[in-house]
Design a protein around this ligand. Structure first.
Ligand code: C2O
Length: 549
């Protein structure tokens, strides 16, 4: 195994999209940011130097960080942010993982421009459980805001209202021809006929789950969040923010000069503000004859995407996802459960601060919570530091509730469970606790599913359903044989998802909705996994250059 070094210099850079130029925070002046490539087993040393005035912190989304929690990156959770003029070296080893991951800023809304792919190749001489692709292409979805996202979110938090929606979705940073003033900013994938391409799909959008399709082509799903699945073919995918998929695209044997659109657009966006905009890229077959004359007049085929609120499609798609579960790639589902937890997740409202005008329903502020706790991050230290140095007093409380503070009943009508308590509570787990967690969406405001992301672990999605979770009947339907293993799962609006994971990685691990607006409103919490008894079950001390607040 090798050690791979990267240097990430945070720099301001002018970028123009939709005829609108703005100065954005970038890594090394690139937008989207550089890609990281490593092999399973390699160590990564990524030196992050901050030359901008924003505080920065970078998260390596989906990387398990086995006993390297100090490198996980969420600001005020595992580290204080890197301030202007400072640097921090993220140092971690890729253990037991290969596939598509990504990195992004994990502070405020800076991930709107700070993101890029992480590609983990299998160990040398370890083949993929599918044919070797001819080429590999990352396809990373994002959102472009003409305005400054930091101003947008701080305004939204002050007034308690919903933030402005973005101005475009993007593929590899490019909005494509369906937006005004954007045709030249179109992602083009040039392909040869009769070849297999591995598309590494990543949804880095801030606030939207996306449907994705390529006209006249099928996609074969090979893995989800870096874990192999039983492959299946589909015309269209649904991908939530935080999720990744590896799919194979087989190009047609004879198709010189043809072009096809690949498009993405949202699945039920926030609070009724449905956004009908579509990002498009172009799949372009190489011409054999080199004569390009008749290319210009070709009309492009457009894929047909599901309707904005097509929950049936989403449910069917997710029910097809199964772990590969072979002896080489087993699904190690925890069969015994040490701790059963039931979390309500969803949006609510909280009282408006005095002397302020709030834009939420009935003059309140929008809030979001897990078990009625709207999570507040500390500002003068990070949770992991305060735990490690035994200074938790006044920083967090160790009593995150096992079930909602205000009992929840899903009746189909908006249940009266909008109360939130602002607090910083951690769920403490002894080393190797086997956890079963049911997340129940309360669907109080807006019909949105919540892509819940867990740091530090993969989990198995053992069950899913609509309406109220039934603790007597539903567990008998759980799949403990080949459930999908991943790090981000869409909890359906008005429904529930059951996951299991083994807490074998000591540290403080964030869990949150990957819709940035919901995280900002408080839909987040953290687990504290304690050290085990053996030396290799303990979190090592922090690196010397860990930033200070
Ligand atoms: Cu992709 Cu906590 O993040």
């Amino acid at each position: 195994a090798a050690t791979r070094h990267y240097k990430f210099e945070m720099k301001m850079q002018n970028v123009t999209r939709l005829c609108h130029t703005k100065s954005i925070v970038t890594v090394n002046g690139q937008f989207p940011g550089p890609r990281i490539v490593a092999r399973e087993g390699d160590r990564l040393e990524i030196e992050v130097l901050n030359h901008v005035h924003n505080n920065i912190s970078i998260h390596w989304h989906g990387i398990r960080q086995v006993r390297s929690g100090w490198a996980d990156g969420p600001a005020y959770v595992t580290q204080c942010p890197i301030q202007n003029g400072q640097k921090y070296v993220y140092n971690f080893t890729i253990i037991g993982q290969r596939g598509t991951f990504w990195w992004h800023a994990h502070i405020s809304w800076l991930r709107s421009t700070l993101y890029g792919p992480i590609i983990i190749l299998p160990k040398k001489n370890t083949p993929y459980p599918f044919a070797k692709p001819y080429k590999q292409v990352p396809i990373i979805f994002g959102e472009w805001f003409n305005g400054d996202t930091e101003a947008i979110i701080s305004q939204a938090l002050q007034t308690g209202g919903g933030p402005n929606v973005s101005d475009a979705y993007t593929i590899n940073g490019l909005p494509g021809p369906f937006y005004n003033c954007s045709t030249k900013d179109t992602f083009k994938l040039k392909v040869k006929p009769g070849k297999t391409y591995l598309l590494r799909l990543i949804n880095a959008a801030l606030n939207d789950e996306l449907f994705f399709s390529i006209a006249n082509h099928t996609l074969q799903v090979m893995d989800a969040d870096g874990v192999y699945v039983k492959s299946f073919e589909t015309d269209t995918l649904i991908i939530t923010p935080g999720q990744t998929y590896n799919v194979l695209l087989k190009t047609k044997p004879h198709f010189p000069n043809a072009k096809f659109y690949m498009t993405a657009r949202p699945y039920v966006t926030g609070l009724g503000t449905f956004d009908n905009s579509t990002v498009a890229g172009i799949l372009e077959y190489e011409s054999k004859s080199k004569s390009k004359s008749h290319l210009k007049n070709l009309s492009l085929f457009k894929p047909l995407l599901p309707a904005l609120n097509d929950t049936t499609f989403v449910t069917n798609f997710t029910s097809k996802l199964r772990s590969l579960a072979t002896p080489q790639f087993p699904a190690n589902v925890p069969l015994n459960v040490d701790r059963r937890l039931f979390f309500t997740i969803g949006l609510g409202t909280s009282p408006c601060d005095q002397n302020k005008t709030c834009q939420g329903p009935n003059g309140t502020k929008f809030s979001a919570s897990v078990n009625n706790v709207s999570f507040i991050l500390p500002t003068s230290t990070a949770l992991l530091q305060s735990h490690f140095f035994g200074q938790s007093k006044g920083v967090y409380k160790p009593d995150f509730p096992y079930s909602p503070l205000h009992w929840f009943n899903y009746t189909g009508n908006p249940p009266n469970n909008t109360l939130v308590n602002n607090d910083t509570k951690l769920m403490i787990l002894p080393f190797n606790t086997s956890v079963e967690l049911v997340m129940q969406d309360t669907s109080i405001l807006g019909a949105e599913s919540h892509p819940l992301h867990l740091h530090g672990f993969n989990f198995f999605v053992v069950g899913q359903g609509f309406g109220n979770f039934d603790p007597i009947k539903d567990p008998s339907t759980f799949n403990l044989v080949d459930p999908i293993e991943r790090n981000t799962v869409g909890v359906p609006s008005g429904g529930w998802v059951a996951i299991r994971f083994l807490a074998d990685n000591p540290g403080v691990w964030f869990m949150h909705c990957h819709l940035e607006v919901h995280t900002s409103w408080g839909l987040k919490m953290a687990w504290l996994v304690l050290d085990g008894k053996l030396p290799n079950q303990k979190l090592p001390p922090p690196p010397m250059n860990l930033p200070k607040c």
